[in-house]
Ligand binder design. Structure first.
Ligand code: MN
Length: 278
């Protein structure tokens, strides 16, 4: 059976945005299943309008390239990250902005490795329940619990801006205090950060578990105390004035939400993020 794509790709030549799926969940520390996210989004995307009333923009007015899903080796994180890095580089070389659909959060590292090569001044805006700043998880440095720590090694101090964080170890807390900027529980500091990042290339990574589990139960490591959907939407729209050079949406694990609503939320986040970047 052939796999689905989210967007129709008949006229991708002048596309500014290029989507691809990274169905990888091998290092998930609690409940796996994010490998199914891209296909779930692709099968349900028809359920929402292409027009955004918030932005007065319609996806149908833009050409978007969709490469579909990568075929990643589940047992080998480094190989999977190399394939993600390669795909991201290919997209950047086409003068397009890569928008990756995870997968677990580790996939962000492959994309950021390619982004840093082309944009050494890149800053990262990170929405998440979890700080993801561990040096290792069970002695493994390539884990979704360590992904922002690995990104920090690539881009350096005070270039990562985290929002909505409400779960971390004491070590992560201490690391965060001197190396990154973390807003706990909320996203209210975002406008000030956007102001600060004008003129810089920016990579945006959205771990959907930043949303409260009552809003978004379809995820592998749900963490109570999250933001509302409208707060996330407002946060995404406030990125409008930035030079976004890459982005990802990760950690949808569709089978944990029997209602299917989490998948629709991911579809809507994708629509609004895509129309914000374009
Ligand atoms: Mn998370």
């Amino acid at each position: 059976m052939s796999k689905l794509t989210i967007f129709d790709c008949e006229t991708p030549r002048n596309a500014k945005l290029a989507i691809f799926g990274a169905p990888f969940d091998s290092t998930t520390s609690y409940r796996p299943g994010t490998r199914f996210a891209y296909q779930a989004i692709a099968s349900q995307f028809f359920g929402i309008e292409s027009y955004s009333p918030y932005l007065n923009k319609d996806l149908l007015d833009y050409s978007i390239m969709d490469h579909g899903e990568l075929e990643l080796p589940f047992g080998n994180s480094r190989k999977a990250l190399d394939q993600i890095k390669h795909k991201t580089e290919e997209i950047i070389n086409q003068q397009q902005v890569p928008l990756m659909i995870g997968g677990e959060h580790l996939v962000t590292l492959g994309s950021v490795e390619a982004i840093v090569k082309h944009y050494p001044q890149v800053r990262i805006i990170h929405f998440d329940a979890h700080a993801d700043l561990r040096n290792d998880y069970l002695d493994e440095p390539l884990s979704h619990a360590c992904v922002l720590r690995r990104c920090h090694e690539l881009i350096g101090d005070h270039r990562i801006f985290q929002f909505g964080i409400r779960s971390m170890s004491k070590d992560e807390h201490e690391f965060a205090q001197s190396h990154v900027t973390t807003q706990r529980y909320q996203v209210t500091n975002l406008p000030a950060v956007v102001e600060q990042l004008k003129g810089y290339p920016v990579y945006v990574t959205i771990d959907l578990d930043v949303l409260d589990p009552s809003v978004f139960p379809g995820t592998g490591t749900p963490e109570p105390g999250g933001i509302s959907f409208n707060q996330l939407l407002e946060a995404i729209h406030s990125l409008n004035s930035l030079n976004i050079v890459g982005a990802d949406i990760n950690e949808l694990s569709p089978h944990y939400d029997q209602s299917g609503v989490s998948t629709i939320i991911a579809c809507k986040v994708l629509r609004e993020l895509a129309l914000t970047i374009i």
